[in-house]
Design a protein around this ligand. Sequence first.
Ligand code: GLY
Length: 347
Amino acid sequence: MKTIHVNTSHPYNVLIERNSLESCGGYIRSITQASRAAIITDDIVCRLYAQTVVDSLSASGFDCCIFTFPHGEQSKNLTVFGQILDFLCENNITRSDIIIALGGGVVGDITGFSAASYLRGVDFVQIPTTLLAQIDSSVGGKTAIDIKGGKNLVGAFKQPAMVICDSNTLITLSPEILSDGMAEAVKYGMIRDEKLFELIENHNLDTIHEVMDEMIYTCIDIKRDVVEHDEFDRGERMILNFGHTLGHAIEGWYKYTDFTHGMGVAAGMCLITDKLCDSEISGRLKACLKNYSLPTGTDIPMSELLPFCSKDKKRESDSLSYIVCRTIGKAEIVRVTVEEFNKFMED
Ligand code: GLY
């Protein structure tokens, strides 16, 4: 097993181990005296993994209850959030119990926000089962739900009490969901680590499993370092949003249906790199993304995307920050007015 210690305001460990789902109860028992564990998951993950997790938790003395909601971003809303809170209350979950997010990014985000809100805060554990959730959303304490005005617009910082990554769960992922996570892995290479980028560019969707554990470890360790320096997203953490300003805009344009988050990030990274960097850098980035069946741009006219960018959470008053990597492995944060951003993207 590999362990990464994340030294934030509430420190915790990320455990990376194949088959750790089967021993999660013991790991969770080592950090809590809770008598009850409330597992929040979606319909697909419930079918695949809930029984394994319940068996392990029960063997470690937890009394378990499970709330399941329909998979997909459409569930990350106020209605499901309210249902989770009611479920926790109906099952008498107290502040000394534990909440478990079992699933991908949607499950982690809405469960984390529920754990932050219910009784003003109950400990929760992330058991991410997608690549995107393992390398990005489960670590760092950002939790959120979507509202009509946009994605992740309501949320809280709430660090998990532990993160348990079992890369065996990635074997059951469809190629599309694996690609979704690979966009974030490519992002980590671009912003911080040329060697990681090289590892990824030398593989593809079929062969990346050969180096999966090494890649997951490296990505999480980069995230750990960034989050430890800027837990509350006031500066350096923004580099994790490379490709996200335009990526979120593309996702929003598609109404969060046909275009996954990873596809948006991939296209967003290419659009900004094409504008501002040497053709060698953008050529390598695009070739790498193509290995993972990810888009390298968009046909949506810029004039239609830019209104979505001005809703970006990184916006402050009339300015916004975007991230550029002029060298692979090094990110810069650039703050411009919304007007300047629109002008240079439209040119
Ligand atoms: N996913 C970006 C962040 O955690 O800051």
